[in-house]
Ligand binder design. Structure first.
Ligand SMILES: [Zn+2]
Length: 332
């Protein structure tokens, strides 16, 4: 498989250097699965670090938070008895309940713990992520039992305000729907052998392949949709509903490792999607995408520009290869 990339050169008379004729290069890359294109720009600090006091915002938002232990029982909705007899789904400290805003036929919110209103990325652990993931797996299975036509499952995250999260208290979101999202559809339409070819090619090149935790291969994305994008592939299953306990623990470990890496790189906010196709879709590997968003700060710059929003094409100045070098050795 060719990982297609082209370097383009832009020429200007540079105002920062006496209007001298200056060449600057950037790359266009083609994603080997969906074919979307991505622009890798020279490093220019687009995703800047921030000394914003997250802990203080946590304190300010704690009063009245519907997901905190004092209020979660009264302030969050419950499932119909056929879906979840106890109304909510629990695993370890994690609690899952329906989303008030229906973005899917079946939409859920799951907090890592009602006690963890403040959960920065360096405090994410394998146990916290796996327990939360386990509630999402139980939710997906429960929905598939009562509504077998809703076969498109995904597990997602908006973490902190810049990622789109409207509630400060950290949580995941589940979606189970009769129709795929656009990216779920594009991934499911990809010939299944391409997933293995992509991972094998990255293994061969030994630059962006970060390792395998046993059943899960981790990569720095070749053609990212967002900054510091990581991708993971679980061959042998196609839906989050098919994750067994061992795979939940393994994937939870990988996600926590990735989020700890983001913290080290100075990032606070992320989006995640674990893209399911219908259970037992032959050859389709369950796969995930994790990317950073701008850090919180007053009058912050959004990382989402005309390219991302209206051209569906990311312009990233975090080099995937440098990201891979920083992540080296963590996913083996
Ligand atoms: Zn809270």
């Amino acid at each position: 498989m060719e990982l297609r990339r082209r370097t383009l050169t832009a020429e200007i008379l540079d105002s920062r250097n006496d209007f001298a004729r200056t060449e600057r290069t950037f790359e266009i890359r083609w994603d080997p699965l969906t074919g979307h294109t991505s622009r890798i720009l020279p490093s220019s600090g687009l995703l800047r670090s921030s000394d914003f006091d997250l802990e203080r915002l946590a304190e300010e938002t704690r009063t009245g938070c519907p997901f905190c232990a004092e209020r979660i029982e009264e302030a969050t909705p419950k499932f119909l008895p056929a879906e979840a007899p106890e109304g909510r789904i629990r695993h370890g400290d994690a609690v899952l309940f329906p989303n008030l805003l229906p973005y899917s036929k079946h939409s859920s919110v799951s907090v890592y713990s009602p006690a963890l209103h403040f959960l920065p990325l360096d405090a994410m652990t394998r146990e916290l992520v796996s327990d939360n993931l386990a509630t999402q797996v139980a939710f997906a299975r429960a929905v598939l039992r009562v509504d077998p036509n809703s076969t498109w499952v995904s597990v997602n995250a908006n973490h902190m305000l810049p990622s789109g999260s409207s509630v400060f208290h950290p949580h995941l979101q589940g979606s189970v729907n009769p129709f795929p999202t656009t990216i779920q559809r594009l991934l499911a339409e990809t010939p299944s052998e391409r997933f293995r070819e992509y991972v094998d090619e990255e293994k061969r090149q030994r630059v962006r392949h970060l390792g395998s935790t046993g059943n899960v291969d981790w990569l720095a994305a070749f053609a990212p949709l967002g900054p510091a994008e990581l991708r993971a592939f679980v061959f042998g299953i196609s839906s989050p509903s098919e994750l067994d306990d061992d795979l939940v623990a393994e994937l939870g470990h990988g996600i926590a490792t990735a989020l700890n890496l983001y913290a080290e790189l100075g990032y606070q906010s992320f989006n995640m999607a674990i893209y399911g196709a219908p259970p037992e879709t032959r050859g389709y590997p369950l796969n995930l995408r994790l990317l950073c968003r701008s850090n919180l700060e007053p009058l912050y710059r959004s990382d989402s520009t005309w390219l991302e929003r209206v051209h569906w094409e990311a312009a990233i100045d975090v080099s995937p290869e440098e990201l891979a070098a920083r992540a080296a050795g963590r996913f083996a």
